[in-house]
Design a protein around this ligand. Structure first.
Ligand code: F6P
Length: 709
């Protein structure tokens, strides 16, 4: 460029424009130089090559070129793209002759950048494809080898060493899962038949042994001398009776009726239901002292208030616990008497029998013991109040499965085990491992039979509405709320009546039109706390009635008596709303029964947030029963709720209870038990093979080595 500059200066001095053009043309032969021009000292273009862009003027460059000795370089954007401009001042003896403008083509830079990007992209793409292919080939190879081996073994081949411990188990589990799925697909919703099928398919058609304090049928001698059969007011009975009808077997219970002894055979048994026998009821007799210590004392003055957050102080007495232990042993012995094989399926029910599982296990080590705790389980700190907390936990851990209504109760139980016993918690499987024995701890929310026989046998809604109103001496258009409970301080009956009072106070237009009927079955009245509760409720109802009474009208009907299911269902079907106000409750099946009763898809369920049922029945009006103002507003809402909104809520509640019915509850527990039995069989084989020096912990590991249940 120096040579060209010298020549240009000489040609400029000689004013030889032809020579200048020639030099510029020569320069633009270089690929990267697009165009050039020579500008005179006054800013005009003296010479330009063909490609020189019209948009570039000399005048813009001259002032800077005059002050600068060296070339000026800058990027210029033209409509055709970016170019690089060099303004080269021509001087002679410090005198400015003119400026040479050189336009460099930068498109090659863009081209080179684009080419580099394309190259990088293609290189990465090729690399990724190569890596993926390699991974795919490796995975396919490994997968094929693994599945071939497994398939061979599932088809009954000899297991390879690696697979030996799992092959039989996998085979059994796969078979079981396939059968379960097929059954599920064929049969859809859980039903008595499907539950029965679980027993036949997965549990060798075993009959079930059930232990529960309360019997499903109570024979009482009436004042007239006849024998009357009662269906007790008990959520446990409501749930378990249809299960036993479906499964068949033996229900072992306390014979508490005044005519119970007269109706059993020599082995203290009778077949029930009385008019359609499906299973056996075996009655265990308790002396008054035993009943006092075991049932009223330890179970209902100790464990019941311990497990319910209802502000009642638990009472623990040595003599009660001694009776509790003795009676548990009596029932455990009755189970062992009834067992027809070494590994029967035993369902142990509720807080009356916390010690029985370990007692049964001692005599029948291979039994499958499913224990269900129907009430809440408190947190570990509270549970520790019980002086025999370790015995209770150890007794329950004799079970193969311990079930609760909710995960929160399972967690509380696991926390208590962790705090008070030497045991390992297997969080992944929700199990407790103790002395090489696993107990699963699982939530199984209990439910009712669906379709519900009491609902299907009930008179039409119109008949129920008319007969109930006539019975109560009310106008046909009177508005009705209903509550159905055992009279228990956990049920929040006082709070319920106070909410009715608040409703009438806030809405005087309802006085004379609205009536609340409390069907209350007296319960545990031997216990002073229950007697006081009864008295207080009567007083409260009376006070409110006094306050709002009119001729032919009182707002609260407190029907304190045992009511048979047909009556209860008539009231459910006649009411505008049903209020379940538990202060704390495991589940509460009244809520689900009300839903089952309303096949007209009308009626509103008001449900305490402290009942386990509130976790499932979220389309109820959920209330805090302690909050009287809130409950009163919810009652008012229920009475005013438009029919289509009632239908929408009730329809979804009914769909839920229909699907999650009691056959599903029992079926899921039995299926878990069946899987457990498969595992136990496998573990037995493993233990046989295991060398005698194997440690406890490696046995634990083997127990669960097959993965989660
Ligand atoms: O809530 C647990 C439960 O067993 C219910 O099933 C039943 O309503 C109640 O406790 C027990 O009542 P009872 O003491 O009359 O058998």
């Amino acid at each position: 460029m120096h040579g060209a500059r010298r020549n240009l200066t000489a040609a400029w001095q000689a004013k030889d424009l032809g020579q200048i053009r020639e030099i510029l043309s020569e320069l633009t032969r270089d690929d990267r130089l697009l165009a050039a021009a020579a500008c005179g000292a006054s800013g005009e273009i003296a010479v330009e090559t063909e490609e020189f862009p019209a948009q570039l003027a000399c005048a813009a460059q001259l002032p800077r070129a005059q002050t600068q000795s060296g070339p000026i370089r800058e990027m210029v954007t033209l409509p055709t793209g970016r170019v690089h401009l060099t303004a080269l001042p021509l001087r002679h003896d410090d005198q400015m002759l003119g400026v040479i403008l050189l336009i460099h083509d930068l498109s090659f830079l863009d081209r080179r950048e684009g080419a580099s990007q394309r190259f990088l992209f293609i290189a990465f793409a090729l690399l990724s494809i190569a890596a993926s292919l390699l991974t795919l080939l490796l995975t396919r190879g490994l997968w094929r080898r693994w599945t071939n081996t497994l398939r061979a073994q599932l088809q009954g081949g000899e297991p390879e060493a690696d697979f030996a411990p799992v092959a039989a188990d996998v085979r059994a589990l796969v078979g079981q899962l396939v059968r379960e799925r097929e059954r599920g697909q064929q049969e859809g919703r859980w039903s008595p038949q499907r539950l029965r099928g679980v027993l036949t398919e997965h549990l060798q058609g075993e009959r079930v042994l059930l232990v529960a304090n309360r019997e499903p049928y109570i024979h009482n001698r009436t004042a007239s001398g006849s024998v009357q059969i009662l269906h007790p007011a008990s959520g446990l009975v409501t749930a378990l009776e249809p299960v036993m009808r479906a499964c068949s077997g033996v229900w072992i219970a306390h014979g508490s009726g005044s005519a119970d002894r007269e109706t059993v055979d020599a082995k203290n048994r009778l077949q029930v239901p009385p008019n359609d026998p499906a299973y056996w009821l075996r009655r265990v007799w308790l002396s008054e002292a035993e009943e006092q210590g075991y049932y009223y004392g330890f179970a209902n003055e100790g464990l019941w208030p311990l497990c319910h957050l209802a502000h009642n102080r638990p009472e623990f007495r040595d003599s009660d616990f001694a009776a509790y232990r003795e009676v548990n042993q009596r029932f455990a012995d009755a189970v062992c008497d009834e067992a027809e094989c070494e590994d029967p399926i035993v369902l142990v029910q509720d807080y009356h029998f916390a010690l029985a599982p370990a007692m049964i296990r001692r005599r029948l080590p291979r039994a499958t013991l499913i224990t269900f705790w129907h009430i809440p389980w408190p947190n570990a700190e509270r549970f520790g109040i019980c002086p025999w907390h370790r015995e209770i936990l150890s007794g329950l851990l004799g079970s193969s499965i311990v079930g609760f209504h909710t995960q929160a109760h399972c967690n509380n139980f696991l926390e208590a085990v962790d705090r008070f016993l030497e045991a390992r918690l297997d969080r992944e499987n929700d199990a407790v491992i103790r002395q090489a024995k696993a107990t699963l701890v699982r939530p199984y929310p209990i439910s009712i039979a669906w379709p519900n026989p009491w609902a299907t046998q009930a008179p039409s809604i119109a008949e129920c509405r008319a007969s109930v109103r006539a019975e109560l001496g009310l106008a046909p258009d009177a508005l009705l709320g209903v509550g159905v409970d055992r009279i228990d301080y956990t049920k929040g009956i006082e709070e319920r009546l106070l909410a009715v009072e608040a409703l009438l106070e806030a809405h005087p237009e309802l006085v004379g039109r609205f009536v609340f009927v409390q069907l209350g079955a007296p319960s545990r009245t031997v216990i002073p706390r229950y007697r006081t509760l009864n008295d207080r409720l009567l007083e409260l109802a009376e006070r409110i009635n006094q306050r709002f009474r009119r001729p032919q009208y009182q707002p609260i009907v407190f029907a304190r008596a045992h009511h048979e299911p047909p009556t209860v269902f008539r009231y459910y079907r006649a009411a505008e709303f049903c209020y379940v106000s538990s202060l704390h409750d495991g589940m509460n099946l009244v809520a689900k029964e009300f839903v089952a009763a309303r096949d007209d898809e009308q009626g509103v369920l008001l449900l305490s947030q402290f009942a386990g049922a509130a976790q499932e029945l979220t389309n109820a009006l959920i209330v805090n029963p302690y909050d009287i103002r809130q409950t009163c507003a919810a009652m008012h809402n229920a009475l005013l709720m438009p029919s289509d909104l009632q239908r929408e809520r009730m329809r979804s509640l009914r769909a839920l209870v229909a699907e999650f019915n009691v056959y599903r509850w029992a079926g899921r527990m039995l299926l878990d038990a069946a899987r457990l039995r498969e595992r136990e069989r496998l573990n037995q084989r493993l233990r046989q093979r295991e060398t005698s020096e194997a440690s406890e912990s490696s046995r634990d590991a083997l127990l669960w080595a097959q993965g989660p249940l």
